[in-house]
Ligand binder design. Sequence first.
Ligand SMILES: Cc1cc2nc3c(=O)[nH]c(=O)nc-3n(C[C@H](O)[C@H](O)[C@H](O)COP(=O)(O)O)c2cc1C
Length: 315
Amino acid sequence: MLPRFAGRAFLAPMAGVSDPALRLLCRRAGAGLVVTELTSVSGIVARARRGEDVRRIVGFSEEERPVSVQLFGSDLEALEEAARLVEPHFDAIDYNMGCPAPHITAQMAGGALLQEASLTRQIFSTLVSAVSKPVTLKVRAGVTDSDRGLYLEAARIAEDEGIEMVTLHPRTVSQGYSGDADWRLIRELKRSTGLPVVGNGDIRTPEDAARMIRYTGCDYVMVGRGAMGNPAIFSQINEYLETGSYRGQTAADRVSAFFEYMALAAAHGIRIAQLRTQAMRFVHGIRGAPGIRSRICAARDAAQLEAVMRGIRAA
Ligand SMILES: Cc1cc2nc3c(=O)[nH]c(=O)nc-3n(C[C@H](O)[C@H](O)[C@H](O)COP(=O)(O)O)c2cc1C
């Protein structure tokens, strides 16, 4: 059974972005569910066999709950073993069938699986029978423009095999992030499946979230790039869905959110390179950002970075 979600807007899995500190900030801001970055099933198995604790392999904290772990990989034995290893720690297991990165699709994983109906069925059945926690699916529309209906088949197989929820990012694998997410496909999915549907793609504002829900009838929305450096988007979406208006954010709010991020990052041993990259995202749109960015790049440790960010607050 799916966990109880604290809100209708979820944080998308984003490799290199949705680290445990950002996820927790988003949960605190009201994200209904957060999802880890995609994680290789073979990688989990190999590291666990070397004696590493799963909680170190996929870092997270209790406060993030409900938190889902996203897996990729199509080696059925590794999939089964990895699912059993992560199951005790997570509230759901999400399976990635959308990643367009060539190093993932080349291993017959991520979005490449959309063209492999029989392997897809084996994967879902392996996962669902390996664990008793809910298994969910995240898909893209298809691989190329000519097969952009493949998500419907994947969702059908998912429903047959006992998957409990499906997220659609309605772009094709070959499209990458170009063009617009075609929300008509989310509406089509909602009409054709009995599973709860999570709509994803191009939600940048609370108004976008409300528009997607109205237009597609999706049960939940998932926000990726719109939440980068911007965890407050979740409180804004929740407020907007409830009242029809929401509180805007000042530069000082963004900087405070980054300090909260830094404190959580320290607890997870997140390094300076990642802190700098995340800092860039938190200052996005702030007046004077280009000058601030070069100072962020030059920060050699957390103390220097904090000083740069304090400068913004004082400005
Ligand atoms: C930097 C980055 C990393 C991503 N990593 C993942 C990932 O690990 N797993 C996944 O399913 N999707 C991943 N995605 C896709 C997002 O989850 C989401 O589907 C996509 O960005 C569309 O949503 P958005 O328009 O709200 O960003 C990633 C996207 C970005 C921008």
